[in-house]
Write a new protein. Structure first.
Length: 74
């Protein structure tokens, strides 16, 4: 799973799938996070991709529950 983010635009989650034998690469849309009031500066998956930590430009951190599709703080 990868996270794509930038500025105040909603962060989006995708699966990046690669078939090792024939090498086709697929990017599959998973989910879009809510829009943030501050710029998303960094993102990191935690606990085996269960959560996504997002560092915001106001020095706060928001946590997204990937399975539960809910924001846990920010």
């Amino acid at each position: 799973m990868i996270a794509v983010f930038g500025e105040k635009i909603n962060a989006k989650l995708f699966y990046l799938r690669v078939d090792a034998q024939s090498l086709p690469v697929r990017l599959e849309f998973v989910n879009q996070l809510p829009r943030f009031e501050h710029w998303v500066m960094d993102a990191k998956f935690l606990n085996a991709d269960d959560y996504l930590a997002l560092g915001l430009s106001d020095n706060s951190v928001a946590f997204w529950d990937v399975a539960g599709l809910t924001m846990m703080g920010g």
